[in-house]
Design a protein around this ligand. Structure first.
Ligand SMILES: Cc1cc2nc3c(=O)[nH]c(=O)nc-3n(C[C@H](O)[C@H](O)[C@H](O)COP(=O)(O)OP(=O)(O)OC[C@H]3O[C@@H](n4cnc5c(N)ncnc54)[C@H](O)[C@@H]3O)c2cc1C
Length: 345
């Protein structure tokens, strides 16, 4: 049931199954639709919701719901896409936190403002993109980030944060630490540099260039390539519930990496500029024999061991049990602790 309360749209006992890409069953005792900054302040000023624990939800594509949610679920649905500024050196665009990230990327490319094409088809909302500094195909959000607006859930104050204040790292930001669950991101601004420089260093994109003979693809072509590569590799949450990559790629010291190479010369690894080495978590999981396996109704995707899937009717507990079993076997064989990427609630 949905009814307006002090200007807010609120649902009681709302099913969250449609609101998480794993398709996991869970019910929110209270779900509030946030359509503006004013709605966030209405929640802060509300005698009950203002003091209650809260859970901020975007598109639900990076969460594992293991139980019903007693905290007040704040579903961020703030709309709006606009070009703020066009200069010789950049396009500055702003998007409401509730916009779909992919729609934002498609819109900018269509308008002739390139720069986000490598991040096409990353599911979820604009507001969640800074939370884990989304990244794909050689580009991270931080590479195009200008600033964001957020409303503090205790004071109701709106703040603007630049990249330095967001402390972006690999799938990481201040919103996973000091500000976790404390501020609702309401708007995000992105600076798309001119002249545009394509980001083509990623192996799959290099392969496409060789296959097609296109040496200087434009942004629309890169966008199309990224969409088709992703569709071939990743399960579509509309048909197979999942949250994308389930674990972060672990980063180890060169000594640790040499030790593993000594035992497993095939291991997929990428040296990082600071001397450390990133290991492909999917390779580690595959090496432990998990690809295609299941625990209950949760399983490991047959085409990509890094993706855990809902084989139909899985519970969040089953997904977590599978994830723990994988963590244990990777630790047992390689001595490496895999860290989950989604938020487990
Ligand atoms: C098939 C698939 C492929 C994926 N591929 C990638 C990929 O290539 N790269 C990548 O980085 N990620 C990827 N992901 C993960 C996911 O798309 C991103 O993490 C995305 O940013 C999550 O957006 P969301 O709106 O669904 O966030 P949610 O799942 O709703 O929330 C994620 C976290 O952000 C917080 N949050 C959400 N909105 C706000 C807000 N407005 N203010 C403050 N906090 C907020 C939530 O509280 C939660 O902690 C993939 C997921 C799937 C299902």
């Amino acid at each position: 049931m949905s009814h307006p309360l002090v200007g807010l749209e609120v649902e009681q006992r709302a099913s969250l199954r449609e609101h998480n890409s794993f398709g996991l069953p869970a019910t929110a005792r209270t779900l509030v639709h946030l359509r503006s900054e004013t709605d966030v302040r209405r929640v802060v000023d509300h005698p009950v919701y203002g003091v209650a624990p809260k859970f901020i939800l975007g598109g639900g594509s990076n969460v594992v719901l293991t139980r019903d949610v007693d905290a007040v679920v704040l579903k961020v649905e703030i709309a709006g896409l606009r070009l703020l500024e066009e200069t010789a050196s950049r396009w500055l665009v702003e998007a409401g936190a509730g916009e779909s990230w992919h729609d934002l990327v498609a819109w900018t490319v269509r308008q002739g403002w390139p720069g986000l094409e490598n991040l096409a088809l990353v599911p979820g909302s604009v507001g969640a993109a800074p939370v884990q500094n989304i990244g794909a195909y050689g580009l991270e959000l931080k590479d195009r980030f200008h600033s964001l607006d957020a409303v503090d859930l205790v004071t109701g104050r709106c703040v603007t944060l630049d990249a330095a204040q967001c402390h972006f790292g690999y799938r990481d930001s201040v919103f996973k630490h000091q500000l976790a669950g404390k501020s609702v991101i309401t708007r995000v601004r992105l600076a798309l540099p001119r002249p545009w420089q394509p980001v083509l260093g990623y192996l799959d994109l290099e392969r496409r260039m060789t296959e097609t003979g296109i040496e200087a693809p434009d942004a629309q072509t890169i966008f199309d390539w990224v969409c088709s590569i992703r569709r071939a590799k990743l399960p579509d949450p509309a048909t197979i519930g999942n949250a994308g990559s389930f674990f972060k790629n672990p980063v180890v010291t060169p000594e640790q990496c040499r030790d593993i190479i000594g035992r497993d010369p095939e291991i997929v690894h990428y040296p990082l500029p600071d001397g450390s080495v990133k290991l492909a978590a999917g390779w580690l999981i595959d090496a432990c024999g998990w690809k295609g396996k299941s625990v209950g109704r949760a399983g490991v995707y047959d085409k990509q061991a890094l993706v855990l899937v809902n084989r139909g009717g899985a519970s969040g507990a089953e997904v977590v049990t599978l994830a723990r079993a994988i963590q244990e076997s990777v630790y047992g064989r390689f001595g490496i602790r895999l860290e989950p990427e989604p938020v487990i609630w």
